[in-house]
Design a protein around this ligand. Sequence first.
Ligand code: TXA
Ligand code: MG
Length: 325
Amino acid sequence: MTRTTTRKFQNPVSFSQAVDLLKSGEVCAFPTETVYGLGADAFDAGAVLKIYQTKDRPSFNPLIVHCAHMNMAEKIVRFSPVARKLASFWPGALTLVLPRLQETRICDLVSAGLGTVGVRVPAHPLAQELIKAVGRPLAAPSANPSGRLSPTSVGQVRHAFNDRVAVLDGADCAAGLESTILGVEEERVVQLRSGAITRREIELLLDTEIEIAPANTAISAPGMMVSHYAPKAKIRLNATRAEAGEAFLGFGGAGGTAGPLTKNLSPGGDLAEAAHNLFGFLHDLDATGASRIAVAPIPAAGLGEAINDRLSRAAAPRKVETVPE
Ligand code: TXA
Ligand code: MG
């Protein structure tokens, strides 16, 4: 069970209410261009603890710190020349895991005791304004109970926490998939999580191939643990049609039979549209009460890498020992 206050919020809250909550050490959910985040002042250990409690997240799974601009990020982590180059994706859907500066005011709980911190500058204007108004970097995981689907709309956040968490409304998230996470040690770049910025875009910028961390390897990259992003329904991948009792999530020409239990991520076969719709449609099909969702094959190229990653995690058996986000 997630632990939230007994207080119910009149959601969505106003911008000034969101600022007041965050300044007074409370959590508040806010929109980013990827998914909604559950934010707290990254300097305030008490506030950050509330994120872990609200999500029921294991405290050894570190949080991403959201900054308004490069200057703010430079006070938290050390940028190698390659990391600086990668920061040209900012503001945007890229998280860089970099060595933590000794003098940073980020509390230890944010990075779960690791010597690195994941930082990103989100592109959503409200996220930027919020960080500036609070005047502090905001630690924020996706605004879902641990192990569940990331929310891409204000309604999904409200539903997930039953309005016991304040939410700032920034409309539906444009990308709909979480940020791409790269670990950077000097020259070495390792993709820890595929996401809204494709590997191809990154490799084009660096003019070299990057490493991909093998799935489910180290605790230094807990985001890679297998069972994540899970709806309540089971997931069956690479399905050509729904079996009895199943909902169907189609793609392109494999759209399934029209009906309340069927959705098509992108009838025209556009991967950006599919990414944008992915979590929302999984939420919707889950809400029908179907015990299983059959999913059409999705091409692996470009954004298909991240879409297939999330789907295979959603389909993974839910073992007790896996670490949810
Ligand atoms: O798009 C996103 O990245 C969204 C929005 C809100 O910014 N955030 C998000 O946060 O997806 P979260 O906590 O759900 O996923 C972040 C992942 C976690 O799996 C965590 O393990 C990994 O990033 N992470 C954070 N800091 C890390 C670090 N220092 N080293 C390795 N992995 C780290
Ligand atoms: Mg998450």
